[in-house]
Design a protein around this ligand. Structure first.
Ligand code: MD3
Ligand code: FE
Length: 214
């Protein structure tokens, strides 16, 4: 039996660092509603594998909603008000998304957080995200809020230098994390996703990250 809902001391909310707060299961009760919104978004702006500036196809499939979307191609990384695949604006941010992100940010000491982007990542078994910094946003005093849904993953939490040793933090269905303050520019990634099947999502993990791009 896979531990989708592991309990014990690991399941407690945890202050990871100044401005970084892990809220275990905070979004669990809203998972079905979040998933319905994600299906609507993906119908208008399908998940796709972006290419890095270096020419590598990312193993994570991505889409966005909000005023901007994070995109990558041979020209570089950027926040774009339009989906380059369709030439249309990204689907609007559902009020449920905005409300959840704002409430989580406030609990970590960031009142008034107003995300203008939600990047949605889709992982299948074997998919990984190599260590990187999120530094395409305009204001690093604004946090990033993440929501994990579906299969569990091992989050790799490094330091301010790529070579700093990374801590391994399991993230489960419904977990919400606020990454602000000193943690905002830390290197981070996701270890290759293990096989499995989640009752609501099947063999997938979805991650939503709420950002302030401009
Ligand atoms: C720590 N996503 O989309 S979410 C990303 O699970 C990304 O899909 C991962 O890293 C995922 O850029 C991790 C947790 C996360 C997101 C942004 C951060 C942690 C962060 C920014 C700074 C520090
Ligand atoms: Fe990131």
């Amino acid at each position: 039996m896979q531990d989708f809902f592991a309990d014990g001391p690991e399941r407690k909310d945890e202050k990871l660092d100044e401005g970084a707060l892990l809220l275990r299961g905070f979004a669990e009760g809203m998972a079905a509603d979040l998933l319905a919104e994600i299906d609507r978004i993906a119908a208008a702006a399908p998940f796709r594998h972006l290419v890095t500036p270096g020419g590598f196809r990312m193993s994570v499939a991505m889409t966005n909603c909000g005023d901007f979307g994070w995109v990558s191609d041979r020209r570089g990384y950027r926040y774009d008000p339009q989906d380059p695949e369709s030439g249309r604006p990204w689907p609007p941010m559902p009020p449920l998304f905005l409300d959840l992100a704002t409430r989580a940010a406030a609990m970590a000491g960031f009142p008034g957080f107003h995300a203008d982007v939600c990047l949605i990542n889709c992982y299948t078994p074997g998919t990984r995200l190599t260590l990187h910094q999120d530094k395409d946003e305009g204001d690093f005093t604004q946090p990033i809020v993440s929501i994990s849904l579906g299969l569990p993953a091992v989050f790799l939490w490094g330091g301010l230098a790529r070579t700093d040793k990374a801590r391994r933090i399991p993230l489960y269905h419904g977990d919400v994390v606020v990454w602000g303050g000193k943690s905002r520019l830390r290197y981070h990634g996701i270890a290759p996703l293990k096989e499995g099947s989640h009752p609501l999502l099947g063999a997938r993990r979805l991650n939503l990250t709420f950002r302030r791009a401009r």
